[in-house]
Design a protein around this ligand. Structure first.
Ligand SMILES: Cc1cc2nc3c(=O)[nH]c(=O)nc-3n(C[C@H](O)[C@H](O)[C@H](O)COP(=O)(O)OP(=O)(O)OC[C@H]3O[C@@H](n4cnc5c(N)ncnc54)[C@H](O)[C@@H]3O)c2cc1C
Length: 454
């Protein structure tokens, strides 16, 4: 009987344990998680009866692995979708609708939506249009999203739209992010054509719309169901793995009061946590340590229902870094999700955190909440103080997919000794659906390894 250990009990680790149960029947499966709670970044709180997510609030149906998993777990009937898809930018002292077709990081619906929404100045739009006549941008093997956007459409387009829309998703200025990795469609347009606007006209749509969803009880329904469906897995929570080493063809997993021997290991850890655990594999450990991370925080406020009303219909707004606010974005939770509606409270969530902004880290919870409430009050009319709030801080939470990330990930996978497999947000996409698909990929490799060795 093969022994397989999963390290890390976030959504990647729980999905990996679930997939092993299916594809390696009879295997002895263990899962070790350092905190007392399973689920990792999926953390659904409640204020009153309303769902107040502390981590992710939606899943993107990006691949068939996530949709198949939800269906296998019987979660389909609990799926809810956002009540509105409209959102805004706080720019030049006003909330302005995000122009149609810019979510892919370029104006895929042409220039008209930019005119209509007034998110850019006249000069900004004129500069965007220059993409049509400028010489080709040299993109070589990769280029940062910010550099590509700025060279084609100008600085105003980059700082007003690309930084908050693309960088905002990753809590990161777009100048740090890889275009090839995160916007492959636009990258290929830039690589193969002189003008992105002109080339995109010839293609139906590079920026595909992605259906977002959650569950009636919040996103943690996914990890709760995975936990319940992995009854055969021996789970150890509150135990930190300190060392992972290979001796005589087997893996030794040790920590305080922990000693497991395994034929294969699937490490579903943030790269900065995996690096020290794998110190016996020096080259692998230092490659893992090269992946940079951003810390973020958010505050969910519960206002009296008469005290807070969004000024426009929509799910919230993003704030470009150049506006100089602490807040990077705000979700009007009670307007976005039916699960966050309540008779007694209106829920709002404000976000902070980019790689270059650390000023919020020195603020205590009360101070952070007070500052965000103050900034929010300058944008939206609020009649009273919040009745309740929850502050959540996520240290080194989001991996940064910098230029050359793909090569670094390929190197990490190639440095893994036989029987060790890596999966999670650092490798094939930060979103939940990418993590789940990565868990499936790692399990398929582990299953092949185990059957070859048996
Ligand atoms: C505020 C926020 C909002 C987000 N919003 C969205 C969104 O709306 N949609 C979306 O798709 N994604 C979103 N994401 C990203 C997504 O939530 C994460 O990328 C994903 O949940 C990562 O899952 P994981 O299992 O790979 O890692 P984690 O959830 O980080 O799990 C890793 C686990 O490993 C454990 N661990 C660490 N070290 C050890 C050790 N030595 N021994 C044992 N266990 C260890 C940790 O305790 C943790 O439980 C968001 C992330 C954040 C922080």
């Amino acid at each position: 009987m093969k022994a397989i250990t999963v390290i890390g009990g976030g959504v990647t680790g729980l999905a990996a344990a679930y997939f092993i149960q299916q594809s390696v029947p009879g295997a002895s499966i263990s899962l070790v998680e350092s905190s007392e709670r399973l689920g990792g970044k999926l953390l659904t709180n409640r204020i009153g009866n309303a769902v107040a997510e502390a981590g992710p609030d939606s899943i993107v149906a990006r691949n068939s692995v996530i949709t198949g998993l939800c269906s296998d777990l019987g979660l389909e009937q609990n799926i809810i979708r956002p009540k509105t898809s409209k959102s805004y930018l706080w720019t030049r002292n006003r909330l302005r609708p995000i122009p149609e077709g810019v979510f892919g990081g370029y104006p895929s619906h042409g220039l008209l939506p930019l005119w209509r929404t007034h998110v850019l100045s006249f000069q900004g739009i004129a500069r965007t249009a220059m993409d049509l006549v400028l010489p080709r941008t040299e993109v070589a093997e990769d280029i940062s999203i910010g550099k590509l956007a700025e060279s084609r459409f100008g600085r105003e387009f980059k700082t007003t739209l690309v930084d908050p829309l693309i960088g905002g998703l990753m809590s990161c200025n777009s100048s740090y992010l890889s275009a090839r990795e995160l916007m492959p469609g636009v990258f290929s347009l830039a690589k193969n054509s002189r003008s992105i606007l002109r080339a995109s006209r010839a293609r139906a749509s590079v920026a595909q719309s992605m259906p977002f969803f959650s569950f009636k009880g919040g996103v943690a329904e996914l990890t709760d169901k995975l936990n319940a469906a992995t009854g055969n897995v021996q789970k150890k929570t509150g135990v930190e793995v300190r060392e992972l080493s290979r001796r005589e063809g087997r893996w030794h997993i040790t920590g305080e009061g922990l000693e497991i021997e395994s034929d294969a290991v699937i490490a579903c850890l943030p790269a900065h946590s995996a690096a020290p655990v794998l110190k016996s594999e020096a080259a692998l450990s230092s490659a893992l340590a090269e992946i940079p991370y951003t810390s973020v925080a958010n505050v969910v406020f519960g206002y009296g229902p008469a005290d807070f009303k969004p000024p426009v219909e929509g799910s919230g707004f993003l704030v470009p870094e150049k506006e100089g606010l602490l807040m990077t974005g705000c979700t009007w939770l009670s307007s976005k999700w039916s699960s966050a509606e309540s008779e007694d409270l209106y829920l709002v969530r404000c976000f902070v955190g980019t790689p270059d902004s650390v000023s919020w880290m020195d603020l205590g919870d009360e101070e952070l909440a007070a500052e965000l409430h103050r900034e929010l009050g300058a944008i939206v009319k609020i009649n009273g103080k919040p009745l309740q709030f929850i502050v959540t801080r996520w240290q080194n939470a989001l991996p940064r997919y910098g230029v050359g990330h793909m090569e670094l990930v390929a190197k990490i996978h190639s440095l893994c000794p036989p029987g060790l497999f890596m999966a999670g947000a650092a490798f094939s996409g930060v979103g939940i659906s990418s993590c789940v698909a990565d868990a499936k990929r790692a399990v398929d490799s582990a299953a092949a390894y185990c059957s070859a060795g048996s």
